[in-house]
Design a protein around this ligand. Structure first.
Ligand code: SF4
Length: 111
């Protein structure tokens, strides 16, 4: 799904899925220092196991981790996660059980 998210040098348009969304969130968290994501010590972060964006990942566990992260971000308030307005956050589309496609860039054409 093509969306515009916050990157190191401002907004960028990317082809996103849950795997990449989690990785992007971790990069954002460290100020886009790849090494810091690799060496992250916050093992209690819901996204910890998914920070590399590589390897075999359990899709259900990953979706749950993203929702859990969003809940943490909104201080445990599920209603606030629903009402989140941070459309440039990589997790925005995946913050709920059903994918929110409201920010999808439909006009994008593959080369
Ligand atoms: S999508 Fe919203 S609730 Fe989820 S991490 Fe991003 S800013 Fe927080």
């Amino acid at each position: 799904m093509k969306v515009t998210i916050l990157g190191k040098n401002g907004l960028k348009t990317v082809d996103l899925n849950r795997r990449k969304a989690a990785r992007e969130r971790c990069l954002n968290c460290t100020g886009w220092y790849h090494k810091e994501v690799t060496n992250c010590t916050f093992t209690d972060c819901p996204l910890y196991s998914f920070r590399s964006g590589r390897g075999k990942q359990n899709a259900k566990t990953r979706s749950k981790a993203i929702r859990e992260y969003c809940l943490w971000c909104m201080d445990g308030q599920a209603a606030e996660v629903t009402k989140c307005t941070s459309k440039d956050c990589s997790l925005f589309s995946y913050r709920q059980t059903k994918t929110d496609r409201s920010i999808e860039i439909n006009s994008y054409r593959k080369k």
